[in-house]
Design a binder for this molecule. Structure first.
Ligand code: G
Ligand code: G
Ligand code: MN
Length: 451
């Protein structure tokens, strides 16, 4: 008897704890409010006893009730940091841990719950060890409100039932980085409505007539809270979170309004817009484009849609199909960052593009690097063969420009002409454009040289 007693705590006959979801949610909401005010993490763990029905059958409902009371008090006593331990359903318990210091503690907390309940328990002279599944959610990573936290934790619990260790801590909750990303995503979502996004414009200059004939619209985010956030930070986050289609829609609705005033010598400039592959397959890109252009009476021929070469590789057939369709509506299609995506030569035969933009990594050392010269020359020759024009990106000086002109490159874009500028400044840049300033004397056309 004593030896058995040593091996586990005796189950005390007790009434089961009340189920009070409403009270639980009130308590959880209060914790979430504090967490939000103090910018701290609040974790919710849902605990489901494995095979509780069998225990009921084996020992009777009275013992079953006592086991539930035991689980409740055991969690309460052993998880010192918990602010709430509540019974939410037959054998379902919730534990709220406020002010969690790090997301790394989440799997630790889940396994601690399992260990606590696995302590041997003596029931009618027999030793049992409770096993449980644990699902989790964390505010503000997964949700901000009580109900949403519960839904997320229930989903996680569903997954936990399939896991060999009975717990499920979602991917991406393992480090602080993902929390920062989450905050950024939340801010970005707000930014779209808050007017914090702006389009900047960078000129694209013709190497045949030396005039600025087009420009690229580039998104900028001036966040009231975070300052200027670079697109190479927020665009990837927008892409993984699905916000990118909202950003693109914003750009499409903004662009024609501004671009309708972007002219050089009374001629409207063609404007490029960057798209993500998600935009291509989203289904409403074309309708949004057309309605925006209709409002501003801008022909689709004036818009070029840039798609990065590497992004096309995921699903080339579908992307090509969409590009073909956009092209049939008059839009120009450009392949951005060309040369970085490892596409094969057969790609040139299939891609429905009007233009190729050579990535700046091949352009920045063009003057001195013979390998880059060979590559750029080859890209230009092949693109021209297939009827596509070529833009060199990242042109920073006159020497590079000269090399590109010798290679019969069609357009150049880069800091040599201008960095991306806000709309008003860009229009000013166009108004004061002087080709002599940007092209070396031998390359100047005769008339310009004399004037
Ligand atoms: O402007 P620049 O630093 O800063 O842009 C960085 C990257 O962000 C580039 O690869 C550019 O294509 C991308 N980018 C800029 N604006 C947009 C946009 O409006 N949509 C998409 N999808 N990408 C953009
Ligand atoms: O869409 P894309 O990936 O092509 O984005 C163009 C990017 O290149 C933007 O981030 C823009 O600010 C940047 N950029 C434009 N011109 C130059 C240049 O001359 N030199 C360098 N280093 N970057 C440039
Ligand atoms: Mn681009």
């Amino acid at each position: 008897m004593t030896s058995l007693r040593d091996s586990g705590e005796d189950l005390v006959p007790r009434k089961p704890p009340d189920i009070d979801r409403a009270r639980f949610l009130t308590g959880l909401s209060a914790d979430l409010d504090i967490g939000q005010r103090e910018d701290s993490l609040t974790a919710l763990l849902l605990v489901d006893i494995k095979n509780f029905r069998h225990l009921n059958r084996r020992f009777g409902y009275r013992v079953g009730d006592s086991i539930l009371a035991h689980v409740h008090s055991c969690l309460k006593e052993n998880i010192k940091k918990a602010s709430i331990v509540s019974r939410l359903g037959d054998d379902l318990f919730a534990v709220v841990v406020p002010d969690m210091q790090s997301l790394r503690l989440l799997p630790v907390a889940a396994s601690k719950v399992q260990q606590i309940l696995a302590q041997p328990l003596r029931c009618q002279g027999q030793e049992i060890r409770l096993e449980c599944y644990v699902g989790v959610s964390v505010a503000p990573l997964h949700a901000n409100a009580g109900e949403a936290m519960l839904i997320h934790a229930e989903r996680s619990l569903e997954k936990a039932r399939q896991e060999p260790d009975g717990r499920f801590v979602a991917e991406g909750t393992g480090d602080k980085e993902s929390l920062n990303e989450w905050k950024l995503r939340d801010e970005l979502n707000r930014a779209i409505g808050a007017g914090e996004l702006v389009l900047y414009y960078q000129p694209k200059v013709s190497l045949q007539n030396f005039k600025p004939v087009a420009c690229e619209a580039l998104m900028r985010w001036n966040s009231a809270k975070l300052g200027n956030v670079r697109p190479d930070i927020f665009i990837p986050i927008a892409e993984t979170s699905g916000l990118i289609t909202d950003l693109t829609e914003w750009a499409i609705l903004t662009l024609p309004r501004e671009a309708a005033h972007i002219q050089y010598n009374n001629t409207l400039l063609n404007v490029s817009l960057n798209l993500s592959p998600k935009d291509l397959v989203s289904g409403n890109l074309q309708a949004t484009l057309e309605s925006a252009l209709n409002i501003w009476e801008m022909p689709s021929e004036n818009i070029t849609l840039e798609i990065t070469e590497s992004s096309l590789m995921d699903n080339p057939e579908l992307c090509f199909e969409m590009m073909e369709e956009l092209k049939s509506f008059g839009f120009k299609i450009s392949i951005d960052d060309f040369g970085t995506g490892y596409s094969s030569m057969s790609y040139f035969k299939m891609v429905p593009a009007n233009e190729i933009k050579i990535d700046k990594c091949f352009v920045s050392n063009l003057v001195n690097d013979r390998d880059d010269q060979i590559i750029v020359r080859a890209i230009i020759a092949i693109a021209h063969h297939f009827g596509m024009s070529v833009v060199a990106e990242g042109v920073e000086d006159m020497e590079t420009l000269e090399v590109l002109m010798k290679m019969k490159c069609d357009y150049a874009q880069g800091y040599h002409f201008s960095k991306p500028l806000p709309g008003a400044e860009f229009r000013q840049w166009l108004d004061t454009y002087n080709m002599i300033k940007y092209f070396s004397p031998p390359k100047r056309p005769k008339r310009a040289a004399n004037s």
